[in-house]
Design a binder for this molecule. Sequence first.
Ligand code: ADP
Ligand code: MG
Length: 640
Amino acid sequence: MAERIRRFVLDERRLEFPFVGWTLVALIGGMVSRWAAPGIEGVFWTAAYLFGGFYGVLDGALALHMGRLDVNLLMILSALGAAFIGHAEEGGTLLFLFSLSNALQTLALERTRQAIRRLLNLRPPVAHRIREGGEETIPIEAIEVGDRLLVRPGERIPADGVVVAGFSAADESLLTGESMPVPKGPGDPVFEGTLNSYGALEVQVTHTASDTMLARIIHLVEEAQAQRARTQQAIDRFEQRYAWAVLAGAALTLVLSGLWGEAFDQAFYRAMTLLVVASPCALVISTPAAFLSAIAAGARRGLLFKGGMVLERLAQVRLVAMDKTGTLTENRVAVQSVRALEGNHPDVILALAAAVEVRSEHPIARAIVEEARTRGLSFPEIREVEARPGLGVIGFTNAHRIWVGSPRLFQQEGISLPVELRAMLEEAQQAGRTALLVYDGQWRGLIEVADRVRPEATEAVQALRRLGIEAVMLTGDHPTVARAVAQVVGIRRFEGGLLPEEKLARIRSLAQSIGPVAMVGDGMNDAPALAAASVGIAMGKMGSDAAIETADVVLLQEDLRRVPEAIALARAAMRTVWQNLAFASGVIVLLVALTFGLGIPLPLAVVGHEGSTLLVVLNGLRLLRWGWGSAGGKGGETRT
Ligand code: ADP
Ligand code: MG
């Protein structure tokens, strides 16, 4: 019960606007009665103070309880001071405008929170579980991994899973920002919260309700909102000292004016005005207003920022490093050909390789397994596998060992290549194809794979260049292959043959020589590099856990154009922050000067003060509608 009241009053603030209204009514009542029935005037002023000051006192007391002096208290003090010298109507006006401004701020920031709540609403409450002889309806919390669910046309998919039967298309736009429906058939992954369109699907659950993509996104965005950016932390610390300084300044004004021989009332009035105009309301709200809006605008278009801190760092990035396989190129690698050494059959080589690669998550591994399956080959599933990130894999069976990987793997293992194979290898590399060698005690041959460059990669690199950011490719693949891809994409700097730890070292040295580096990776074996970079950006192939955990920014859509877009949004957010800070401090300086120079009346001071606070919030809100050029990301950035 107490908790319910607390939420109603403090968290939800449903009384905020009604109280503002009552304050206004009381103010008008006070003014009317001053002239009609002076006897009861005080009742109205008291009411105005109670309604107008309610939330201010509450928040100020909470802050004080935590040892902080905040703007609420300065305002309340000023209003009380005004009443003390017989200017109750001005104090009432102050409280009215102050509470109105606060209520409007709550409302404005609420709009950004709604963007997240909309995600929450995507969670369907129940699911239909298929059981022997029928189906049962269960709450989504009761869904277990391995359950089979029936999703009818038009229903939201209640869990992350794989389609086992049926054909349909899913609208995943609310998760990824991509509006095209994605076709779904047996074997395809589906995600909680996405909308099933025309067909019924039977889905096998792969993740529990708390572990789905949607659940993780919601969690991430909530965390991001709670995390305070460094700019904001600095301002919070500053607010403390500043608030004390304002208080001291007001006291000093009072004393000095007294010494000067000014009347007490007049000096006191000026001190109260100073309390209002010098209060840092607008300064304090400058940063969160911009960052919350930017985070919400990002979430809406499939860009997840893990907090304002990330926006700050991203805005400073000078260089973007990109992984090749799975990032600059499509995740779908395809086997081009299998070349057998004398006395071997290509299918045997493929089956041998597939047996080891089943256990690997690498795009190359998936290509090999897929090819073996389409050729109808049967192969044992080898359970004991050692992955060598950036090199290949080694499988162990009772009988023998199998190596599949790059030439460098064999170099490391001290296994030398026969002349015949060496020739094949060079040929493949010249053609810009990645070659995986297969060896199991004797040499078998090689598998050539090729990955297609993402169609939007060139455009993304150009967009980065327009932002003044150079792209660098860091890949574990052979330098010749690296060169081929770099040329297609228009990347001038590239380095091939890098092991994961070498990528990491490269990122560090680039950061030292050029400046903050962002790393874009598909997150499988790029996690160390993502973590080392100033900002890690994961191509959030939906469902890849490592990516989401390590990265600072997650792109829900596999679209490289989102990288320059994210940077542009971060820069826009920082620009807004600086605009706000400059404007807010300018207004304070101006109003303080006016207070001393002209002795402006308190109500006017309040209007100027609260007006600037609201302008700062509105300026932040503009980011909610931030847009990046046309759909193709052409041209510079435009803001609406
Ligand atoms: P990139 O940096 O382009 O993403 P990786 O670092 O993931 O490339 O891999 C570098 C090289 O290591 C690949 O080109 C391939 O030769 C080899 N490799 C990595 N993983 C595997 C695997 N599972 N099977 C075979 N070869 C692999
Ligand atoms: Mg990769």
